[in-house]
Design a protein around this ligand. Sequence first.
Ligand code: MGD
Ligand code: MGD
Ligand code: MO
Length: 767
Amino acid sequence: MSSDRRKAPETDPAQDAPRVGSPQHAAAGLPAVGHALRIGERQMGVRRTARTLLRVNQKDGFDCPGCAWPEDDKRHAAEFCENGAKAVAEEATTRRVSDGFFAEHSVADLAERSGYWLGQQGRLTRPMLLAEGADHYEPIGWDRALQLIADELRALGSPDEAVFYTSGRTSNEAAFLYQLFAREFGTNNLPDCSNMCHESSGSALSETIGVGKGSVLLEDLYQAELIIVAGQNPGTNHPRMLTALEKAKRAGARIITVNPLPEAGMERFRNPQNARGLLGRGTALTDLFLQIRLGGDQALFRMLNKLVLDAPDAVDRGFVAEHTRGYEEFAAEAAGADWAQTLRATGLRRAEIEAAAEMVLASRRTVVCWAMGLTQHKHSVPTIREIVNFLLLRGDIGRPGSGVCPVRGHSNVQGDRTMGIFERPAPALLDALQREFGFEPPREHGYDTVRAIRALRDGEAKVFLAMGGNFVAASPDTAVTEAAMRRARLTVHVSTKLNRSHVVTGARALILPTLGRTERDTQRAGDQVVTVEDSMGMVHASRGRLDPASAELLSEPAIVARLARLVLGAESRTPWEEFEADYAAIRDRIARVIPGFEDFNARIAVPGGFTLPHAPRDERRFPTPSGKAHFTAAGVEYPRVPEGALLLQTIRSHDQYNTTIYGLDDRYRGIRDGRRVVLVHPEDAREQGVEDGSYVDLTSEWRDGSTRTAHRFRVVHYPTARGCAAAYYPETNVLVPLDSTADTSNTPTSKSVVVRLTPALPAAEGQ
Ligand SMILES: Nc1nc2c(c(=O)[nH]1)N[C@H]1C(S)=C(S)[C@@H](COP(=O)(O)OP(=O)(O)OC[C@H]3O[C@@H](n4cnc5c(=O)[nH]c(N)nc54)[C@H](O)[C@@H]3O)O[C@H]1N2
Ligand SMILES: Nc1nc2c(c(=O)[nH]1)N[C@H]1C(S)=C(S)[C@@H](COP(=O)(O)OP(=O)(O)OC[C@H]3O[C@@H](n4cnc5c(=O)[nH]c(N)nc54)[C@H](O)[C@@H]3O)O[C@H]1N2
Ligand SMILES: [Mo]
């Protein structure tokens, strides 16, 4: 291929000219393979595409930087999926942000560009400083850049004026060093993307079963008789999960899908790894589709629980008596479940829920999988607790073929938490750090993502550091978040690609370019491996093989280690230099601090790695304060939408990875060449007086009377549940009020935003 094809677009493509076809009813197949190869070729040429994709998720290769779905033990030569391939191409691209780029484009100019365009410029190659009052970023050496951060940190009135954000691609080694550095510096201000993601799952699970992680392994899915997939779109976001669901189906499992949208991947899967899938019709996955209203899931599971309680001998009495508490209160509450309320909350018909209950009662082994559709509502924590009730009733936790399966997003978001990236650390972790490293860790809880934004807004936090991610674009309430960032004295991003967070800055800003997963990481002791933990608690090594995007990149562990030495000085007894030279030395310490990592270095030498212990799964032991799994009894909640308004969910298209936009198509939903679309049921559109193809502004309403508007979205008639609408994130983050968060977990309510649609101003006057 000519290198021209691989050059980034010079102008920013218009983003508001979507073309709309029909939604598809099957995912993957040959078109997915073709699409993946095309994107690969565009970013990195044919040879590099082939070489790189063959290394994804192989036992001696690198962990896919896409999602956190685990690898099966029997791997295919090409263990990749379309969207994994895009994630790899995005990182392994041969495009580079050139030396002249920042001289040519002022920060004000870059702030006008779309996130798509910024990302398409390619990999960042050298550290850049935006000096106070300057219009342009300028190159800066590593030593000076790190010294500048150290000076700012040391000048703070208190360590709690600094915020240390993490996105979920960071390796275990880098994450461990990062939290160690923040805590030795003196703060627990360690917000992460999980605060916006599966925090509700962690909150609900740790409280009820004693472990904030899922309790199933791939093997359990294959043994399950019933799998419920609620609030998740695996065809786009976890494509390899479809392979597992197909395998489970072939072993006899039935599948219930709970979703306001009919997602193609859950309808039919055409496995690109076999001829049946490539050329044939593929496998139908969903046996029963419950097209629920946004936020209706707690009511649904409550009613299923009542139906289980009412059925003869359906409750696993032995399990309940031996392993749980709170059953009586819960059963009394569930007995009151009311059909009228259930149907209102769910938008389902009674017969559909009864059909689901029959499938539940017929199953001896049930797994419930979920993702953002359940975690980003005001009542997400009680919803997930209700799912725990549901599984506990039938003894479906801690036996093969059953359990809870929150499907994580970022490839190492779960591992980052295990390593201590958490603003509310357990005392046991702090005690272990104190023992091992001989300093007094801070005990007060730190800021999560939403609280960090408030602290920046209110001038209480002054320095913001990010280990990856795109905080400004991923966070809610864009205008508020951007204004908050601009108040900081210094914003620092350790990044692979250019994004919005680099151009909405504090008084000074630094971009610190780093190695990605696909790249060779050579330190004093030789080539390094890092480790990651997948969604099912499997830990394994990841080794990059490509030449680094530039000779000036430092690895994430190296950046943290060097910065820590400058900030902490001689007082620190932590061997930062040794950590940078040899990551095995970091793993030796992880082994002594984090439970489950004994003999860490030896065990990652085994291909495939090892599985972390999970007491409920492994031994039906529930490490809650009472030693039992907890039933919970809460009232049913569901979103109330005022007359004339719709409930909007903000979702991912098929061509994006969170705030990284790969392209402007959402193939399975039939959308092309644009992202500013709002999917609305034809009846609702009629009631709202808006036609298919017309343009509307979306205005959200918040309880304090404030409103927020996102301009010019093309209305798309779409078969979503009634009263519900959908549009892509991050364009719609501007609509999510900072204070609209889930109870207990404080996660922004990105899946329930009350909006009104009004005809858009003509393009010139709009945005
Ligand atoms: N290619 C790709 N892969 C990714 C990502 C990506 O952006 N691109 N992101 C990664 C990350 S960080 C994450 S967290 C995951 C996200 O994975 P998902 O959670 O699958 O992502 P979303 O697009 O947010 O989709 C939410 C799904 O839940 C449904 N839903 C919304 N609200 C409700 C509700 O109230 N009830 C029910 N039952 N369903 C509901 C929506 O219709 C949609 O199908 O994917 C990860 N993998
Ligand atoms: N409205 C709405 N908002 C949401 C969501 C939603 O569904 N709706 N979803 C939420 C969820 S689930 C999540 S997880 C967050 C995501 O929030 P983040 O994790 O903060 O955002 P990403 O878009 O994944 O971050 C992409 C950036 O990470 C950097 N990067 C990529 N790879 C690496 C690497 O290996 N190392 C380093 N240092 N940097 C790297 C690149 O510079 C890239 O631009 O967004 C949340 N926000
Ligand atoms: Mo996520």
